[in-house]
Write a protein that binds this ligand. Structure first.
Ligand code: PLP
Length: 343
């Protein structure tokens, strides 16, 4: 019989899906790794599992222990399912600006949710720093102890991608992958996959796709951490070099605005049946740019991070889109086309 011994074993080994229109347009083979198929619905299940497994192996996390994390949502969802499967508790600190859908999912999974104002990283009350201080307190108060997952600077995160996502991509493409593109939240995906692919073939080109408001596009093109503008995308957009990003082998960097990424998200939903979140739009836009850079005939892989169902109230809400001066796809607003007179 073929079955996973628990939900943990169902994390990873996601399919690669050909993105037809992006491939046609560039005459390259552009493939999306369907990370939305992970049990928690996002690429972050991998980081969550890697961080928890590392903490258990080091003896830092003991039965009944608490996992504390500051997260835009998806890491928390991954941590909560891994924790529930293995017998730990989860406490999540989340900026209140994140989508209601992700907050609801966290509560459904029994995570204790602490919503805090969204303030910059430099502020001592930034959600990441608050989660670190809370973990310290709970480690003293809780008899079974507590750990801080610390996804940004805990390199167990990128090691997880180095050991799973990267080798999967190399094997699934029969070693013929020429380029890999990813946006960055923690940098775990970009650095871990980038390092794994370069180790197999140093010729594989690694590219960053960065939204406005993040500082990494500037860093990898000019050496200076500078940012301007903003983006509606969630889970990505970094202002510093996290420990996970240190030494990441990055050959190209692209900045992708919301109008470009949102159009791609809508196009993939309407024409390819792929309902994705905003960061996937940034990734696919980046893959198209890298394909143009390398020329026809290359194989480019990117990440389809999570599902559009997580963003119905924002990215797929015409009112929200209009408030941000972004295009609204016709099918979201189309009046009923078939009269229900057959009823
Ligand atoms: C929707 C989404 N896309 C992309 C990412 C970025 O992944 P990473 O943290 O590995 O850089 C995240 C991370 O939280 C995310 O939630």
């Amino acid at each position: 019989m073929a079955f996973a011994k628990s939900v943990i074993e169902a994390i990873g080994n996601t399919p690669l899906i050909k993105l037809r229109r992006a491939s046609e347009e560039t005459q390259c083979l552009i493939l999306g790794k369907a990370e939305f198929q992970n049990p928690g619905g996002s690429v972050k299940d991998r980081a969550a599992l890697a961080i928890v497994a590392d903490a258990v192996a080091r003896g830092a996390l003991k039965p009944g222990g608490v996992i504390v994390e500051g997260t835009a949502g998806n890491t928390g969802i991954g941590l909560a399912l891994v924790a529930n499967a293995l017998g730990y508790k989860t406490v999540i600190v989340i900026p209140e600006t994140q989508s209601q859908e992700k907050k609801d999912l966290l509560r459904l999974q029994g995570a204790e949710l602490i919503e805090v104002p969204a303030v910059p990283y430099a502020d001592p009350n930034n959600y990441v720093k608050l989660s670190g201080r809370l973990a310290e307190r709970l480690a003293k108060e809780n008899p079974a102890g507590a750990i801080w997952a610390n996804q940004f600077d805990n390199v167990a995160n990128r090691q997880g991608h180095f050991e799973t996502t990267g080798p999967e991509i190399f094997a699934q493409t029969d070693g013929r992958v020429d380029g890999f593109v990813s946006a960055v939240g923690t940098g775990g995906t970009l650095a871990g996959v980038g390092m794994a692919l370069k180790a197999k073939n140093p010729g594989v080109q690694i590219a960053l796709a960065d939204p406005p408001g993040a500082a990494l596009y500037s860093y990898y093109t000019t050496g200076e951490l500078k940012s301007s503008g903003s983006s509606i995308t969630e889970g990505i957009g970094q202002g510093r070099i996290t420990a996970n990003l240190e030494g990441a082998p990055i050959d190209f960097a692209y900045q992708i605005g919301d109008e470009e990424s949102v159009r791609l998200v809508f196009d993939l939903a309407e024409n390819e049946g792929l309902l994705l979140g905003g960061s996937s739009g940034v990734n696919v836009a980046g893959a198209i740019r890298l394909a143009r850079e390398l020329g026809p005939g290359h194989t480019i892989v990117t990440i389809l991070c999570d599902s559009g169902s997580r963003y119905q109230s924002k990215l797929f809400n015409p009112e929200f889109l209009r408030s941000k001066n972004l295009p609204t796809p016709g099918w979201l607003e189309r009046p009923l086309q078939i009269k229900p007179d057959f009823l």
